[in-house]
Structures are given as C-alpha cells and as structure tokens.
Design a protein around this ligand. Sequence first.
Ligand SMILES: [Cu+2]
Length: 477
Amino acid sequence: MKILNLLSKFTLVVALAFTFHLNLKAQTTEEGKALYNANCTACHAINDKVVGPALKDVHKRREEAWLIKWIKNSQALIKSGDAQAVQLYKENNEAMMTSFENLSDIEVKSIIAYIKAESEAPAAAATAAVAPTSGGNMEAANTDWNSAINWLLFIITIILVLIIATVSKILGRIGDIQGKPIINWNKTNSILLMAFLVIGLGAATWEFWAHSKHTVFSSGPASEHGGEYDSMFMVTLILTGIVFVITQVLLFWYGFKYKADGKRKALYYPDNHKIELLWTVIPAIVLTVLVIRGLMTWNAMMYNKSEKSRNIEIYAYQFGWNARYAGVDNKLGAHNFREQGKMNALGVDTNDVNAYDDVITNELHLEVNQPVDLAFRAKDVIHSALLPHFRVQMNVVPGLPTRFGFTPTVTTAEMRTKLKKPEFDYILLCNKICGGAHYRMKMKVVVDTKEDYQKWMKSQKVLVNKTTANAAAVALK
Ligand SMILES: [Cu+2]
C-alpha cells in the first residue's frame, strides 16, 4: 500500500516535470520565431524562394553544426572551401547572405527549431509552434542526449530521497521493537534548526556582502527623484532587516532551547495585553509613517507634468521598443491601430498634423536636467518599462495609456567616469515576462548634454517629410 502510494506520487512529479520540459521546447520555438522574424524574413520564407532558398526541411538537408556555422558566417564557410557551401553559393548566383555572428549558438538552434516546427506543421496551422518530438534526426541527437542526462539526474535525486525516507522509517520500526528509539528525533531536529539558522543567516550576510555592489543601487540614482526613492528603499530595508534578524534568531533558538526532553512541561500562558498592545501599535505606527511618506513621494513623482516637460512616447511590442519624439510643437500625433503596417509600424495617425514633425527612433536620447514626460503604449501584450538607473518603472498596457515624468541628472559620459566603465550605457528593459524573447527586449538609453542632444536630434528624420534638414528645423524645441 505505502509503496503504491509513493509510486503514484512519484509518477505525478515526473509527469509534471515532463509537461514543464515540453513547455520549454515550445518556448524555444517561440524565441526562434521572434529571431527568425527579426533577422531572416527579409530574404527567406519557409515555403518559397525569396532572396535566399526556401528553408523548409533545411534541417534534413544539412547537419546542425553546419547550419550554425553557415548562419553565423556563410562567407567564412564558403572561403574555407566547404563543398556544400560553395555549391549553394554558386546555385544562388553568389548572392551574399548577411552574417549573424552576434547570435549565440543557442539562439541559432532556436531558429532551427522554429524552421523545423514550421516545416512539419501543416501550412494553415503555421502559428502553433510546438515542436513535435518525433523524428530521430542527427541534429536533434545532441540536445536529446543533454536532456536525457538531466532526466537521469532528476530521477536519481528522487530515488535518493525515497531511500533516505525508507531507511529512517525502518530505523523507526526497529526502535519501536526494541522499546527505545534509535534516533533521538527531538535532539536531531533541534540541532538541525540551529544549523539552519546559522547557515541561513551566514548565507544571507554573504549574499549582501558579495553581490550588493552589483545592484543598480551602488551606482547611485541618475534622476531627480531617485535620491528620495533610494532613501525610502534603504529605510524600509533596514527596518525590516532588523525585525527579520530578531524574529528568525528567536524562532530557531526557542526551537532549540525548548525541545521536548521528557523533563520539562510546557507553561500555559494564554495572553498578555501589554505585549499584544505593544506589538500591534508599534508596527502600525511604523507602517503608517512608511506608507504616508511613500504616498507623498509617489504623488510628487507622478503629478509633476509641466509645460517644460519634453513629450516622448515609449512604444512596446514583442520584442522591442521605439521612442517617438513630439517635435517642435511638443505634441505627439494621435495614433490609430488601423494604420499599423509595414510602413507605419507604430500606427501613427497620418491625418493628424501634430504627427508630421514626430521623430521615431530605436534609442532613447534624453537631455540632462531637462524634464521628460514618457507616455507608454503597447502594441500586443502587457509589457513594463523599467529604467533602473533612473528609478522608473511603469506598466505598458495595450489600450490603457500610462505615463511617467522624470528628470535625468547624470549624463552617460559622467556615469562612465564615475563607474570607471567606459562601455557603460543606460538601459530601458521590459520587466514583464511577455513571451519567449522577453529577455532580449531592451533599448539603449543615452543621457546627453544639451549640445550633444541637439546634434543627435539633427541627425534624425521627421515622420512625414522624411528629410534630416527638415528634422533639424522642426524637431528642436
Ligand atoms: Cu515585454
């Protein structure tokens, strides 16, 4: 009976883990799809020849290692004299394929997984991107072997846990028969509690010591409200930290000190009004102070829009960002989803005169000490715009306008000097798990001096009259 019970639980765990594994496979193809759409569709289609050949069943024609080499740098492969590569190149009239050395092996593999899934899927159901697990192809063997090892480790761990549980049960039975327990569980557990306390607090302390210098707090805030934000964060961290240490030490120490040893009887102590009052009123006061300060800071941060603020729209889509500057009128043109298309990715309303001088970019440039008002808009799913160095985060929700205003105070150049990192850049990240390639969803942010900002803006193109000269005239405020 017992064994059956255990076995059924075990199977359940394995089944759950297996679905998780399948999910991961789906994730890979989804990421591959995003990468494929971003990098390959200019020249390739699955079923048709475009600039390059149709990619259907390419995983059957070529080996995975060859594909990775080819996609990363086809010219290098051709020059190395690889027969397949040379022939392919000739067949396509020596058209050059772009190199993708910036893609990692894993990313290339995910693209191949996507191509494979698309090749096997019936054309109509092309979007259901779950890779069928069938087919003993050469190129799949490597990944399958890795995942087999992971499964083996997983099963061994489960078996080990079961063995330990069974052994301790058997020892318990023997103890029952002999009349005195073989393992003194009360004592063992109380010592384990103390060990847990010491190791746990030690590890937490080490973590703070070793890694806090890598957090964004170590660089200091780069915006006007950032100092207040950091100070609130630190006050809360220190208060809760002190309470955490006291309560944890007491919890585990009491477990150790008052373990049942057969001699002591528990003291019946139902309540004490003074203590109850104390530990209700003190936290209530502290929390009220924290919350009120938080509310006041939040209001100061949120309701700060002024005439002077420069209006910028932050546009989020799976998986990337755009910035749209309002131009000389400082008014963002309206948008209309019906206009969204290849030529007008952001769906800017071309009938709105305010849109004519808007400027759309892939990088967010801000002018130091110039307030900006960011209006957030999402194309597809909920994203979240996080600008960690400026202590800014706001959800980006389809159909629901959100905004945040702030003033950057440290230029990129100043921050590079301060951190002694010449390659440092500010960044805008997506902070909502919004799909397979979510982790790649970021945009470079540059804080310029006034002159540099104007110089950069002059090099941009306005939306309707797409000339840079015109942009220089209208986009600068
Ligand atoms: Cu996102």
